[in-house]
Write a protein that binds this ligand. Structure first.
Ligand SMILES: C[S@@+](CC[C@H](N)C(=O)[O-])C[C@H]1O[C@@H](n2cnc3c(N)ncnc32)[C@H](O)[C@@H]1O
Length: 344
């Protein structure tokens, strides 16, 4: 596994936000930057779960959360990606269920969990669950999905602050998940995090998803273009102010990135934060180079979807789709006496 430094730049503002009581039991959620992306995932899961008839995901809690949250979900431009999200989640859930079946009293550590409702989809009534997410996200979780100790707990800190590892009881087995997280971290941190988990949790497991390098590079180019356009709009607004025009104050459409929603109301358009790390599907075995303690690396297959997604399980065999495919990777860490070379 390399650090991907050729493709990826430095860190991105991780954003800030808050949750406040809203009207009629609805809660206003104001998040920015990477934390705001959790609402896109939640919205798409709920959209699939609301689908009448055959659906890929049952997630009544996601539906309930979307209904309780006061947020302009229309900013996401519809739920066209709902099925894609559902396939990804089904694949991840299956792997977590496999761990829970083998380790009924084990611990799942969900890094960057956002408003994932996976616990409620896979719970066996015994498994322990530790959420590790940024403070502004945990604040939102605490309002909407309060902890239920000792089985379900949250830590408000970055996954990169490895102190969370001291809070993990790995005596009955541990699975660390990083779902929808690693693409937002600098490549060197991704490698460091995987290596630290492998060192710290012998005999444990890790599960994560990864976007292809081409997609990450495109996200970076788009973010750079937007930053240039914003800078230019700000400079022009400044010149107008200096020339005695009205003070745009950075609130103009181009400067602030405002858009128009379906109802024609001007509101800030959603801008996805840039991705920082990526990995092509065919590279998955290279993840093992992050640590000699990684004993097994598996690339998981997506389940079969509807319509064009019927080919999801074999998408890795189709050359045109290979570069567009997300990977879902499962790692097994060697036991304490594991020696590099026994790898599968
Ligand atoms: C795309 S959302 C994914 C949420 C959820 N795992 C899912 O798949 O729906 C990204 C999540 O990563 C969290 N996050 C971003 N940087 C983080 C960091 N350094 N440590 C822990 N969580 C982080 C955000 O707060 C947010 O909850």
């Amino acid at each position: 596994m390399d650090d991907n430094d050729d493709v990826n730049g430095g860190g991105e503002d991780e954003g800030e936000g808050e949750a406040g009581g809203g009207d009629g039991g609805r809660f206003t959620v104001e998040l920015e930057g990477v934390p705001e992306t959790l609402l896109w995932n939640l919205y798409n899961r709920a959209a699939e779960a609301r689908r009448p008839g055959a659906r890929l995901l049952d997630d009544p809690l996601a539906v309930e959360l979307v209904d309780r949250i006061d947020y302009p979900f229309e900013r996401f431009g519809g739920s066209g990606m709902a099925q894609w999200h559902a396939l990804r989640v089904r694949c991840l859930d299956d792997e977590v269920r496999r761990f829970v079946a083998e380790h009924p009293d084990g611990t799942v550590v969900a890094l960057g969990e956002g408003l994932e409702t996976q616990f409620w989809r896979v719970d066996n009534g015994r498994v322990r669950w530790l959420t590790v997410d940024l403070p502004e996200t945990v604040e939102v979780r605490d309002v909407l999905l309060p902890d239920d100790p000792p089985r379900r707990r949250s830590l408000a800190r970055s996954a990169l602050d490895l102190g969370w590892m001291d809070e993990v009881d790995d005596s009955e087995g541990v699975l660390v998940t990083a779902q929808g997280l690693l693409m937002y971290l600098p490549p060197s941190d991704v490698k460091r995090l995987i290596a630290a988990c492998a060192e710290r949790f012998p005999g444990g497991w890790m599960l994560f998803d990864a976007l292809p390098r081409g997609m990450v590079a495109r996200s970076q180019a788009q973010a750079d273009d937007r930053a240039r356009a914003d800078a230019q709009a700000r400079a022009e607004a400044h010149m107008e102010t200096d020339a005695g025009g009205t003070d745009a104050g950075g609130t103009g459409p181009a400067a602030a990135g405002t858009g128009t929603d379906a109802a024609g109301t001007a509101r800030p358009g959603y801008r996805a934060p840039r991705w920082l790390w990526g990995m092509d599907g065919k590279e998955y075995r290279r993840v093992a180079t992050a640590s000699p303690r990684i004993a097994e690396v598996r690339s998981l297959r997506l389940p079969r979807g509807r319509g064009p997604y019927a080919i999801a399980p074999v998408s890795h065999l189709i050359p045109l789709l290979r570069g567009m495919r997300m990977s879902i990777v499962s790692l097994r860490f060697g036991a304490a006496d594991y020696r590099d070379g026994d790898r599968r």
